[in-house]
Design a protein around this ligand. Structure first.
Ligand code: ATP
Ligand code: MG
Length: 419
């Protein structure tokens, strides 16, 4: 076949084994989130571009370099969502969710878009699973969100998780610290990379995130030394809750996260990958975001993990996902048999016995080989003769023994055998 088209660069079709991993993560995550009282939310994949530029921040990589923004035919400036939080807070304000019992707890599993240079573990369309708690709650809620994510990753079989954690203080602390940091960076500006020279003026905290300016960072002032006593107290509480839950963490005073809206506790999850450690995701508190989007100051905190990176790790660690295996295979020969088999399939499905078929295939040999590959317990065969007599041949795949049963009793009989 000639391949005239390919998927857009950095965007992938998800199917086969990859899809099974996605489904496994979605299943474990939504079950866990529901247990902790989170409700699912789906929001549009695009928003007014200002939701992101105001919320995430103009001078962040996500907005400056990575956003898919365009004008619609109607003239609206929109953007494909690069992350989940800003849109969910927009929805919280739009639907007056602050008038409901607080906090509002949402979970999502969804695709996001960033115009990045595609490479392993970095795509232009990627998926995240995330949590947001909006409207009420202090440090205990931060700890709970960390715990949910930790438990999800653990249940998926990921070991050796590392959580790095820091506090950025509330916006006042952050502003004060930015002044101190700017002063320091100005002194060191000749050793900064080109990006950081620019960041230094508009978003100095981002310098602490830079992978190139390690030397300058080493002797930089530390944010935890500059936050107010209340913020310090709150941060201490988060750490105490984590200790209570026996969730291991490392303090990292350079951790600032890329986005503008974070305040107070921020963290990132890592696990050992094939080439060094892999960042799985992160989160933090964002009490100022609702206000940036036109609402009122609202306590809120959330986290998001990358699905593809979680899959990558699961594969590296040799973690397999098990699908429910069919126990029965229905094979057919002749047109009349096909009709009977279609009906029989429905009966097994309704009886909740996992069943499989290959009705599109006419040769019995092909069907039997498929049944063998699927390692089913029994294959049910209906040929022309059986179809006419309303009977079915039941083959025990292990012993090879066959018996003939009436189609009316076959579901009941198989149920007995499987017990
Ligand atoms: P990085 O420093 O790796 O660019 P980030 O700070 O941009 O990460 P976040 O915005 O915190 O990432 O997103 C949380 C998680 O989502 C990341 O840890 C990662 O697992 C995943 N993620 C982010 N961007 C991409 C991408 N382009 N492709 C695949 N996964 C991504
Ligand atoms: Mg990034």
């Amino acid at each position: 076949m000639s391949k005239s088209f390919q998927s857009p660069s950095g965007m992938h079709d998800v199917f086969g084994e990859q899809y099974d991993y996605f489904e496994k993560i979605r299943e474990v995550f939504s079950r866990m989130a529901t247990t902790y009282g989170f409700e699912g939310i789906e929001i549009p994949i695009m928003e007014n571009a200002k939701v992101f530029s105001r919320g995430v921040g103009e001078h962040t990589d996500i907005i400056e370099k990575e956003m898919y923004a365009f004008k619609t035919k109607g003239g609206d400036q929109v953007a494909l969502r690069p992350e989940g939080t800003a849109g969910i807070v927009r929805a919280y304000i739009e639907h007056n969710l602050y008038t409901k019992s607080q906090p509002i707890k949402f979970f999502y599993f969804a695709p996001f878009f960033r115009y990045e240079r595609p490479q392993a573990g970095r795509y232009r369309q990627f998926w995240q699973f995330g949590l947001e708690t909006i409207g009420k709650g202090g440090p205990v809620v931060d700890a709970q969100i960390i715990a949910v994510m930790y438990n999800v990753l653990r249940e998926l079989g990921i070991k050796d998780l590392m959580i790095e954690i820091n506090s950025m203080g509330e916006s006042k602390c952050r502003e004060d610290f930015e002044k101190v940091l700017k002063k320091y960076l100005r002194k060191e500006s000749s050793s900064l990379c080109a990006d950081c020279k620019r960041r230094m003026k508009k978003n100095p905290l981002r310098v602490l995130d830079c992978k190139r300016c390690i030397k300058v960072k080493e002797s930089a002032p530390q944010i935890v030394d500059h936050i107010c006593p209340k913020c310090r107290e709150d941060f201490k509480k988060v750490l105490e809750y984590l200790e209570e839950l026996k969730i291991p963490y490392d303090l990292n005073s350079f951790l600032v996260r890329g986005l503008d809206y974070y305040t107070n506790t921020v963290y990132e999850f890592f696990a050992p990958g094939e080439e060094g450690r892999l960042a799985l995701g992160g989160g933090g508190r964002y009490d100022g975001l609702a206000k940036l989007l036109g609402g009122e100051e609202t306590p809120a905190t959330g986290a998001a993990m990358g699905v593809e990176r979680t899959v990558l790790l699961m594969k590296n660690d040799g973690i397999k996902v098990e699908k429910e295996k069919p126990k029965i295979f229905i094979a057919q020969l002749s047109d009349l048999a096909k009709r009977k088999c279609l009906k029989l399939f429905e009966e097994f499905r309704e009886a909740k016995i996992p069943v499989s078929e290959s009705f599109g295939q006419d040769s019995l040999k092909g069907q039997m080989s498929k049944a063998n590959k699927m390692k089913v317990d029994y294959t049910l065969i209906i040929g022309e003769e059986e179809a006419a007599e309303d009977r079915v041949i039941v083959r025990d795949m292990e012993s090879g023994q066959q018996e003939s049963l009436s189609t009316k009793e076959v579901v009941k009989e198989i149920k007995k055998k499987l017990k």
